[in-house]
Design a protein around this ligand. Structure first.
Ligand code: MOS
Length: 751
């Protein structure tokens, strides 16, 4: 009853391991799942935001007459005319904000970036607000802006204050510069990646209203509890005076980890006007907050004559805003992934008149492993060693940075099984060695690594008289499958079919959960659900043990089992009692238990915890046109125990698709003269479409890991993207003999 993962325990056919179709699937595909922008209230008002055209300067005034003249306009808020708001940056902090001063919407006349909200138009109808917003005149005094990273590389600095939760680059080990100089074989590569925007299908929107002194909000968020805390802090309320609800999230990829400005604006206007207010952003406005930063990386690798790694240097420069030092783990992976005695890394920022970057699926790793794994491919090729063999030969069974063993690391199996499934050994190692008419065929691969984290989380489990179980936690499901994971964990503990279990999440009044990010939710919330259902099981057993003439009198918890909706004596399974009967005997309408789960601090100190992947990609490159088509992908993933093979596969496919977008399509295009991104819609900012995506085979290699956490799961949200862009780039090299070191690899770079 200590909650430890027992692989022999299989109390329900719907428990972990079963490919249960997602429990929220029907609601989603039939349109009955409500997203933040779907909620409506009587007499609701609509807010539309006006965005700054300039990237730096001051607002000198507004011309509002034309907008106010539109019938149906209720109010226009500007930075010169808005309710009081707290000045202290501290009050505006959110859970994952980097060091600096968080942005405050409409706070003052200073313009910090293009797209900054400069006015909020409130009207009786959305279309009226939109029309009026287009008529708002804003007078600016523009100042020279700095938006292009390459122009300010000489101003790069090491961030003075580390971002909480993000490990800084590891201390150097050995003497990388000297080992590099003395290496038998050396390569240096410089890699560039553009800013990318998350672009989830669901746009950001918030509906806020005040009810009996309580602030209520429907929001798009990866953490209802974190959002409630933010609002409480900004508006000077107790956390129990705010309720944030977010039952469904239409994709986020990190964009909804921080509260975005429409949330504050909706709550501000709702309080001021004493009415429900919905503020909905447009697709172009989705480019007015966080993004994956533009990065320039330099990787140097040296090997000895046998192909053993002797030196790795990895340096990165990334853009950030003028108001925050956004940081992520770009260069922190080489020293973990590979056995190499001489490693040195560097990570610097450049301040730009853009909004702060923000965590974007596998933040840091997606970028760092693009450059590192492209460079490893260059090294393997230069030394005449097969890229898979090179990685196997230089694999490390310890995290050399932390000097700790891994709880498990089945990267070798992933490399081997992925290569076998892909038919890697049949590829031509010589570039331009395979063609199909005028299409050059190439094969490339890369490794991936991500953290297997666990955060403290809580959950509640309630059994009702009709025998239905409800489990709840203030986590989020952005399409990750969290609803389904919660149901399956509960099904296992209490021996119930999934059809009798309801999961609730996305509500700040549920027991506390961390932000749904970092690939930690299955481990964190899953463990909390397991503990809550175990606590409930204990209560049910105690009821059974008190029943007169019960077979359970005097029995211990470890002598009973919960199976098929019954409590049974293990030694005599026919001595069983149905859970509904237990509830009836208790005299209560429902029995509830709450519990939390947290990582074991001793284990955290003793072991490194990571998930790994090996990506194999085949591309076809049109020799005359330079068009690249990814023809097939094999992703072999080592992520501990897989709770649901179906939703797990979807997670990996989603990551691979984003990796293909990173390699070939996605690029936020800056017009440095205007200081803003100019391709702010899905017509011009390209993400992969169906025709861009080939069959993707996902392999989960066996990786039993009772040490990593109580469920033995490592998380799958990010590992699918890590390494994918490098695998595509490496395949393009194999096809064409061209090393393109700047993403995305568009046809103009290949002809
Ligand atoms: Mo993920 S970028 O932690 O939502």
């Amino acid at each position: 009853m200590d909650g430890m993962f027992d692989p022999s325990r299989r109390n329900s056919g719907d428990g972990p391991g079963r490919a249960l179709p997602r429990v929220d699937g029907l609601a989603k595909v039939t349109g009955s799942a409500p997203y933040a922008g779907d909620f409506a209230l009587p007499d609701m008002l609509y807010g539309v935001v006006v965005s700054s055209r300039i990237a730096r300067g001051r607002i000198t005034g507004y011309d509002l007459d034309a907008a106010l003249a539109v019938p149906g306009v209720e109010r226009i808020y500007t930075c010169l005319d808005r309710p009081r708001m707290p000045a202290s940056a501290h009050r505006w902090r959110d859970m994952v904000g980097p060091p600096g001063r968080p942005f405050r919407p409409l706070y003052d006349t200073r313009i910090l970036y293009a797209g900054q909200p400069v006015a909020l138009v409130i009207a009786r109808e959305f279309e009226i607000a939109r029309d009026a917003a287009a008529r708002v005149g804003v007078r600016y005094e523009a100042e020279a802006h700095a938006t292009k990273l390459e122009r300010y590389l000489d101003q790069a600095y090491v961030p003075p204050k580390k971002r909480e939760g993000i490990p800084p680059p590891a201390e150097p080990r050995g003497d990388a510069e000297r080992a590099f100089a003395e290496a038998d074989c050396r390569i240096v590569g410089e890699y560039v990646s553009p800013a990318e925007y998350h672009n989830p299908i669901e746009l950001f929107g918030s509906l806020a209203w005040w009810e009996g002194g309580q602030l209520k909000v429907y929001d798009k968020t990866q953490g209802a509890a974190a959002t409630a805390q933010y609002l409480a802090s900004v508006f000077g309320l107790g956390v129990d005076e705010v309720q944030v609800t977010s039952p469904f999230v239409g994709g986020a990829f990190g964009s909804a980890l921080r509260p975005q400005y429409q949330l504050f604006l909706a709550a501000m206007a709702a309080r001021d006007l004493d009415a429900p207010v919905r503020v909905q952003l447009t697709r172009p406005q989705m480019f007015s907050f966080g993004y994956r930063p533009r990065t320039r990386q330099r990787v140097g690798i040296g090997t000895d004559a046998s192909g053993s790694l002797r030196a790795i240097t990895h340096d990165a420069i990334a853009g950030t805003s003028v108001f925050e030092d956004y940081q992520e783990a770009v260069v922190n992976w080489a020293g973990k992934l590979y056995a190499c005695d001489n490693v040195r890394t560097g990570y610097e920022l450049v301040k730009l008149n853009l909004y702060s970057p923000q965590d974007t699926r596998a933040p840091g790793a997606a970028l760092g492993l693009y450059a590192l794994e492209a460079a490893i491919d260059e090294m393997a090729h230069a030394s005449g060693v097969d890229p898979v063999a090179f990685r196997l030969a230089n694999d490390s069974d310890r995290d050399r940075d932390m000097d700790l063993p891994y709880t498990s690391k089945a990267l070798r199996s992933a490399l081997e099984q992925g290569a076998a499934a892909f038919g890697w050994n049949e590829r031509s190692p010589t570039p331009r060695g395979t063609r199909d008419g005028h299409t050059l065929i190439g094969h490339g691969m890369a490794s991936g690594v991500w953290d297997a984290m666990q955060m403290q989380a809580s959950a509640v489990a309630t059994l009702r008289a009709d025998g239905r179980l409800e489990v709840g936690s203030a986590t989020a499901d952005m399409g990750t499958g969290m609803y389904t994971v919660m149901v399956q964990v509960a099904a296992d503990t209490l021996g119930l079919p999934a059809a009798r279990i309801t999961a609730r999440l996305g509500d700040s009044s549920l027991p506390m959960a961390p932000l749904a990010g970092g690939s930690w939710s299955a481990a964190s919330v899953g463990a909390a659900v397991e503990n809550a259902t175990l606590a409930l099981a204990t209560k049910l057993h105690a009821i059974a043990a008190r029943l007169p003439d019960s077979a359970f009198v005097g029995s211990r918890f470890d002598q009973v089992a919960f199976e098929d909706g019954e409590l049974r004596l293990r030694a005599a399974p026919e001595r069983a009692i149905r859970l509904e009967a237990l509830l009836a005997a208790s005299g209560d309408d429902a029995i509830t238990a709450t519990a939390k789960a947290a990582p074991d601090p001793a284990s955290q100190k003793r072991w490194a915890r990571n998930t790994h992947g090996a990506q194999f990609v085949e591309v076809g490159v049109d020799e005359e046109l330079g068009v690249v088509q990814v023809r097939r992908v094999v992703a072999a993933i080592a992520a501990g125990r897989i709770i649901n093979p179906l939703t797990a596969r979807s997670q990996i496919i989603g990551g691979v698709v984003m990796g293909i977008g990173m390699a070939l399509h996605e690029e936020a295009m800056l017009d440095d003269r205007l200081g803003r991104m100019v391709n702010r819609n899905l017509g011009e900012y390209h993400v992969p479409a169906h025709a861009d995506i080939p069959p993707i085979e996902v392999i989960f290699v066996d990786e039993p890991d009772p040490e990593v956490n109580q469920l033995g799961v490592k998380g799958l949200g990010e590992i699918g993207i890590v390494g994918t862009a490098a695998a595509v780039a490496n395949a393009i090299f194999n096809a064409t003999g061209r090393r393109v070191r700047e993403l995305p690899i568009t046809l103009d770079k290949l002809i």
